[in-house]
Design a protein around this ligand. Structure first.
Ligand code: SF4
Length: 397
């Protein structure tokens, strides 16, 4: 099979690298969590590491923990040291080096927290950091200062103060639950949080940001979906970076969410050597649509400490949008954004399609490079209006 076929085809990943008991328990999300690969010994028992990876794993214990679900680990191509799955979750020594432009809190979230755990940066919506734990840890995580619990800071969520803030700030209409990964909570706990939010009349719209459907699709149980659908309108943003992440198990988990009436969007992060090509991004967005997920954002990787080996030039993201717009379905095209360093919020970036602009017209370029002039509206002349009036009067007689 050609490598590209693994991008475009949904494949199931049988538990080939685990003991016999895994065959029986593979679909139990609790088993998956209990059996995460989270130590050097665990990892070396299953994979030959490079020196750079071994050093990276040893350093990760003081920065961002390593943990990989068996499901996601099984997607690693052991023959390929540059496997795009491997590079997202296995630490490397480069993580230990902070480039001068990098920060611990690149989106300036800590300065926009009126209550610990609640980020209020945009006028009508908030980010609610409800947990610091994830099913697996992404090596470029923008919140690695708190996520996984071994970094520089601890996440403190002041629950009651956060709910009171939301109750008294009637301008807030949209709450995004994130962290960490809220879908790691039990159904009952998540239900309590969503119910409390739903008891606040001015909150119109709830969102959950989660990578669980990708790292741990077994967690998307019918019971979870039944609970979530009580809280509509509820949207979920998933996080997928490479088409190989979209396996049959993931596709089925996403179908369960979609069947529960939950609109799904995907956020991916531009990562060097992982998804920084038009070919990979096009395969990703096509597979997402087949999973009923709208490709929503491609993020320029935030300036998080230790990420320079994974970050790409800004031009790569613009080239990818250029390679998608006009070349595939409009629904498949995400918005490329940079989160303004230090707290600027999302800033959209696009290829330049406006070549020239004047009061009378704009000159535009289409996806094939052809030029078109689009005229601005012409003012109606008084003489023309007068003659129209005369004609209307004549008809009335
Ligand atoms: S799932 Fe999200 S919050 Fe968790 S480590 Fe990955 S990027 Fe960070």
């Amino acid at each position: 099979m050609h490598e590209f076929d693994t991008h475009t085809t949904f494949r199931s990943h049988a538990p080939g690298y685990w003991p016999a008991e895994a065959m029986e328990q593979w679909h139990d999300h609790r088993w998956q969590l209990r059996n995460r690969i989270d130590s050097l010994a665990d990892l070396e028992a299953k994979l030959v590491l490079s020196d750079e990876e071994r050093a990276g794993v040893l350093l990760a214990g003081t920065k961002l923990a390593m943990a990989i679900t068996p499901h996601f680990f099984n997607l690693i191509d052991r023959e390929n040291p540059d496997c795009p799955i491997r590079r997202q979750v296995i630490p490397r020594i480069e993580e230990g080096w902070n480039a001068p432009e990098e920060m611990a809190d690149p989106c300036g979230e800590d300065h926009h927290m009126p209550v610990p755990g609640l980020v209020h940066r945009y006028p009508d919506r908030v980010l609610f950091l409800v947990t610091d734990r994830c099913a697996s840890y992404c090596r470029y995580c923008t919140r690695s200062r708190v996520v996984s619990g071994v970094g520089e800071q601890q996440l403190e969520t002041h629950w009651e103060a956060a709910f009171r803030y939301l109750e008294t700030h009637t301008e807030i209409r949209d709450v995004l639950l994130s962290g960490g990964d809220p879908l790691l909570f039990s159904d009952a706990k998540l239900d309590r949080i969503l119910s409390r939010l739903r008891s606040i009349p001015h909150l119109q719209f709830l969102r959950i940001g989660s990578r669980i459907p990708i790292f741990l699709p077994q967690r998307i149980t019918p019971e979870l979906c039944d609970m979530l659908k009580k809280h509509h309108p509820l949207f979920i943003s998933i996080h997928t970076n490479h088409p190989r992440e979209l396996t049959l198990e993931v596709r089925d988990a996403l179908a369960r969410l979609a069947d529960a009436g939950i609109p799904l969007g995907n956020q991916s992060v531009m990562l060097r050597g992982i998804n920084d090509s038009v070919e990979v991004q096009k395969a990703l967005v096509h597979k997402l649509l087949m999973c009923r997920v709208k490709p929503y954002y491609i993020y320029q990787c935030d300036l998080i400490h230790g990420s320079s080996h994974l970050r790409t030039p800004v031009a790569s993201g613009i080239e990818i949008i250029e390679g998608l717009r006009g070349h595939t379905t409009g629904y498949a095209i995400p918005q490329f954004v940079i989160d303004g360093p230090g707290g600027g919020g999302k800033i959209p970036l696009n290829p330049n399609y406006v070549i020239d602009s004047s009061p009378s017209h704009v000159t535009l370029r289409n996806f094939e490079g052809n030029l078109f002039e689009y005229p601005n509206p012409s003012p109606i002349q008084p003489d023309d209006l007068l003659s129209l009036r005369h004609r209307a009067l004549a008809k009335a007689r």
